[in-house]
Each structure stands twice: as C-alpha cells, then as structure tokens.
Design a protein around this ligand. Structure first.
Ligand SMILES: [Zn+2]
Length: 158
C-alpha cells in the first residue's frame, strides 16, 4: 500500500516588503480565503473538499507574520484547521523575522531568506542565533492556544 500525504503550505505574501501594513488585510483575504469571480477557493474550500472525501491533510502553517500583524489572523487560520481536525505543522518563511514589531531573535535586523542563514558561522548570517532558536520561537507562537477558539461559522459571516 502506498501512503500519500496531501500537504498545503499556508502562508501570507504581501507582494513584496513595501507597505506591508497597508497590504496585509487584502493579502490575508486573498491567500486564506482565495476569492475569485467564481467563488472562494482558499483554505475553507480546500477543507470542504477534504471533508467531503473523508480525508486529512497536513497543513504547513507559517506563523512568523503574526509577530508583525498580531495573533488574531494566525488564530483564524489555526481555528479553521482545528475545527476540521486537520494536521498542523510548522512552515517558516524567515523573511518575516526582521519584520516583527518586537524582535523575535537578537541581531535579526536584516532580511534573510533561508533558515541556514541563521546558523552560526554562515557568512550570510551575522547572527549568533541558531536555527533551533528560531524554531523554538516559532513553536512558541503556536503554543499560545488561548486565542484559538474562533469558529469557522464566524469567519464565513464576514
Ligand atoms: Zn512557503
């Protein structure tokens, strides 16, 4: 028997790094709800299709954006996934590290696209931070479950 994993990266992209505060709300809607002229084809749609077929997916959720825009949008994503009992895993876009309002790591003031740039001794990484510190900080974002009570029905009402 062949095991097949259906995996989805769940992430927000603001079409660049300029004016991200202005662009975030529209980007969030576009990347999570996927509105088109023919309907919404984002995360709720994907969850409905999986549910219709009795399937579970693995959703790699990027949480670092929440250090810029707050925990509510991340809680909304996690709430959707938890309500459907989907598997959630960590997906990091390290470009968000230097966009955090409160520094996520010491010496993280420049944009670094890849995790290995956070390794000590890497010529592109000026930080002493190890990738493990970034993983810990990222999992800590996920561990704040107090705000993950949002229900999908609430989000559909928007
Ligand atoms: Zn990605």
């Amino acid at each position: 028997m062949l095991d097949v994993f259906f995996t989805v990266d769940v992430e927000i992209w603001c079409d660049g790094w300029h004016r991200i505060d202005e662009r975030f709300a529209d980007s969030f809607k576009r990347y999570i709800y996927g509105p088109t002229a023919k309907g919404n084809y984002g995360l709720p749609y994907t969850l409905d299709v999986l549910s219709d077929h009795g399937l579970t997916g693995v959703f790699f959720v990027e949480p670092l954006f929440s250090r810029r825009f707050g925990s509510q949008p991340l809680a909304e994503i996690v709430g959707l996934l938890r309500e459907d009992a989907q598997e959630i895993q960590l997906h990091l876009h390290t470009e968000w590290v230097d966009e955090a309002i409160e520094p996520l790591l010491a010496h993280s003031h420049s944009k670094r696209q890849h995790l290995h740039y956070f390794s000590p001794g890497n010529r592109c990484g000026r930080s002493r931070n190890r990738p493990a510190a970034l993983w810990r900080a990222s999992w800590q974002i996920f561990s704040d479950r107090r705000s993950w009570h949002l229900k999908r029905k609430v989000e559909h009402a928007r």
